[in-house]
Design a protein around this ligand. Sequence first.
Ligand SMILES: [Fe+2]
Length: 338
Amino acid sequence: MPYFSMNIAQILTYTYFVTAIIAFIFLYRERKHPTVRLGHYRMRIYHVITLFIVGAIFLLANMISGYLEILGLILLIVAFATPHFLFIHRKKIKISALAGLKIAFVADLQLGMSLKKTKWSQKIVDKITAENPDLVLLGGDLIDNEGTDENESAFMAPFGQLVGRFPIYYVMGNHEYGAGRPGVMMFENRAPVLADQMAKLKIPLLKNKLERLKLPNRDICIFGLDDLWGGQINFDELKNWDKTTPLIFLTHNPDGVLHWPTELKKPDLVLTGHTHGGQIHLPGLGPVVSAEIKMHRNFYRGLKYYNNIPIFTTVGAGESAAPIRFGLMPEVAILNIK
Ligand SMILES: [Fe+2]
């Protein structure tokens, strides 16, 4: 009898592992090429499958060593705790045409994901206010929009406190349009709902739009691009740029820089997000999760140069797909231009 029950246990264990492998392949293919058949319940189905796979990993770890399982548990707790600590990322950038400018830049809040709602945006607003920047820029993916019925755009309300105190602008990201990837949106388009809310708050949208801004000590131009995946990009308004006023190019997706018209003078600074720095960043390995962009992995976070154009990519203030992060804190970037 004991021999028989051990075999049953083994059969169940192996069946679990095989099912977990099939579930992993399904999840991998779904993330690569999302189909429409999962509809509104897509993220809930993804999460149940992920839990099933995580269970299999822990079972395997336990079979190898109990210590490995404890280590896995600690790493999991760290990954779930990290998203709740908001970090100020200070960066000095040398750009003589913009010297003296202090920019607060935040993107990828993905409000609505897990516990990140009005309190989280208030926390971001308080950090920005305390920094007293010359300019506030929001880089898209402000709402999560991954199959919830909540009005996530309402969570942006605290940002109204910045209006009148600092110049503030925003661009749309792919999540506002329904997440997904080029040509395949996974959820409904909630960009109009966010646009309505932001209009009420009096925060202007830069949708393929050039804005000329008079600051106390200089004029600057900001060009905000529509989202590459969900929107329709257009650079026509740049014909109104005098080319002598320094220009900041705000694009949710780092690939926006690849579309900059070649005949035009280069922007003085590019601000971008979308990548979350990979969201899971392992020492020595770098970003684990692909942001599905054409730009090299080097551009997943921080200050880098592309054809001599300074590009700053924020790792964002929120999370995508699951409320976890590893090796990267949620951030508000404070850019001091020297
Ligand atoms: Fe994005």
